[in-house]
Design a protein around this ligand. Sequence first.
Ligand code: NOJ
Length: 511
Amino acid sequence: MIYQVYPRSFQDTNGDGVGDLAGIERRLDHLVALGVDAVWISPIFPSPMVDFGYDVADYTGVHPLFGTLADFDRLLAAAHARGLRLLLDFVPNHSSDQHPWFVESRSSRSNPRRDWYIWRDPAPDGGPPNNWISDFGGSAWQWDVGTGQYYYHAMLTEQPDLNWRNPELRAAMLDAMRFWFDRGTDGFRVDILWHMIKHADFPDNPANPDWREGMADMHKVLQLHSTDQPDVFAIAAEMRALADSYDDRVLVGEIYLPVERLMAYYGKDGDGVHLPFNFQLIDAAWDARSLHRMIRDYDAALPQGGWPNWVLGNHDRPRIATRVGEAQARVAAMLLLTLRGTPTLYYGDEIGLTDGAIPPDRVRDPRELREPGLGFGRDPVRTPMAWDGGPQAGFSAAEPWLPLHANWRTRNVAGQADDARSMLSLHRDLLRLRRAHSALATGSLTMIEAEGDVIAYQRVSGSERIVVALNLGRDPQAVPVRGTLLLSTIGSDVFTGRLEPDEGVILLVQD
Ligand code: NOJ
């Protein structure tokens, strides 16, 4: 299981209201007790923090807010000493506009690093070279007065896209990965991998006929030519070859694409990323029949040797407990942690955090600031982790950079640790079962035909057979399966063929 830490919000140790590397180290035992295998930390690199670290100004350093390289080395050693793997967040599509490479690139048209970014002449009318739209809204092209050209930024103006068609840039970025691999980093989550190569001719993107008022500006066009281009796979393969030149490293790709496109990122004969993130559970309607089809179809679509993965939440999307409610969040946890494949858990979901309320004067996220009021803001899912009922929930000695969630005095790690029925205990129990039963860890998955609000599937390894049955609804449901009850989301002691409302069960079935 991969656990995502949003480092600004995990644990502050130096009293500045922002989490840091020493804080992650302090809390490693929480992760061990939970049953985590690997920790992925969102960006920790030097950055002006316009996009909270996803605007990198130095790929081989640590932002002073988070600590030093020595702190990183200590954290890595402490994680390894506990049997935990550590993944960093590599942001290869764009840098910060404060990165020395971009400062050089924009300094003159003849600068040797000019071609490390994407510069184009204006359209004949003087406007942007094409109609591509930034994911944060508005044209994806920014005029540079000094050199009389536009540069491309798929994200914020302050995040110019790097030109991966330039071999020197490519080599420099792979060197940056090597830097962290050499230190012992176990792998990377690769930011917006599917954006990295654009159509060589930069044609206009087609208009999106389904765009309506209230949708994000970026969806006015379909990103047909600006993303998911065939040449991206060669980059993934280069990264993979680099990872494979070390022992036991992993690459996870951030890719928001439909399943049939996503599968290509496993690569030809496995030369892509190990785990192209499968975000379907994040976007899915919480409906048993459509989830059933989705799970079946995803498993069937995997390429030979492709290992599945599932994600319920991350730092960009509403939290699961907000999307489906508290009772169903427990069912969702059972789903995430019993499906075939590597699950990724977002920090705080193990205690059932919901989206925080952010007063207008505390809004920090550029997504919200640029398109306010449409519900795209990500601050609500980045509120500080709550460790105990003490001042600032044990997160910091100072006022946190984002407000704590409203009920932090009761919803925190210490408050749940000794309560066998808590969300935290449920996660620990699920992960303990996953380790104890090879059917759950690595077994095959077969969907069981069910009706209405029930999802059921079987996991088999050797002679071990486990059935998972989940009730996504508010009515009791008959499930014609018998077996020894290993775990119930509502704490039932036995299973008699009937799921209670909001109940999920794991059954060991003897033939
Ligand atoms: C994807 C990251 O998850 C998101 O937080 C960030 O804003 C964009 N990439 C830009 O890097």
